[in-house]
Design a protein. Sequence first.
Length: 364
Amino acid sequence: MNFFDKILGKKEASIESYNDFWNWFLKHEKEFFKIVQKEENIHQGFFDKLSPKLNEIHEGIYFLAGMLNDQTVDLIFTPDGVVRNIYVVEELVNAAPKIEGWKFGALKPATDIKDVSINYKDFNFDSDSLKFYPNMHNGYPDEIDLTIVFDDFTEEKKGFIATGVYLFLDNYLGELHSLTLIDNMKVVGKEGVSEELIPIEKLNDYLIWREKEFVEKYEGIRHNTENDGYANFEGKSKNGKIVLALINTTLLEWDKKASHPWIFIISVPFKITDETGLPDDETYKLLDEIEEEIMFSLSDSDGYLNVGRETGDGKREIFFACKEFRKPPKVLDQIIKKQSQKNDLKYEIYKDKYWQSFRHFEQR
């Protein structure tokens, strides 16, 4: 240890992998165990130390901790409602070593509904105060669209009430089902509702049944884009800049869209050099290289369909429709981390079974 290490204290090594994190955790786990067990100084002694280390792995990893029994801490890692971060908490927990006195979990688990009662902003959400009914749509038979009926609903507090309902569903259904099985949901009061109300305790069985039907319906469906047809579109942004799009029109006419329900959109910014808002030749080449790198990792044969791209007004957006939601964020996170010049890349992933995100291309 050199002179400055002695004066300032030796700086801990940065966390660059799951193993790095768990090696760090092992050094402190006995201290952390006592803090959680005694419930003393838990924020400063545990939460404030764990959070920055998790942030070094990936932004958006949160956690819950409590005693499972007198001798075991239950530490649950959660993406706190963000689908793109599910893979991170799952991989983190899968890499965890066995540590006596600790139980690690990824995502909030499902709970017996008899034990779920959420008090939020002076409202109580439980099996007595909540009911539901499904909304069926002729054009969208696979959509799971729910109306949740809350006995004490008021229009003035609908934002708080919606948050309370989501918290209830996270605990009742488990975070994974709550985030991934419901396509659309709204919360209303019981006044004026004419549909037959279903007890909320039946919601889990309903969702499992609908998901089983969905999986069986689209099991094994793939689409090979090699011989698909494409069309060029030209338009203008709100700023009057030219926007060019290349879209797989064969895919837009496909009648099995719901088999690839996850929409993945990557946004790559570039510097505008003239009044058109389009990239110069060198930038076009760089954008194409980035797109090719992404497509190499997300192939149609594996369930990731490149719907097309749109370029203009300082950014290129690349569109995919995917069978699942874990690999696409992982691929982009690795690209962003690996190549610093691409750190401005942004992406989002969300469920849209009927690809309504691309409806404007169908109407051109």
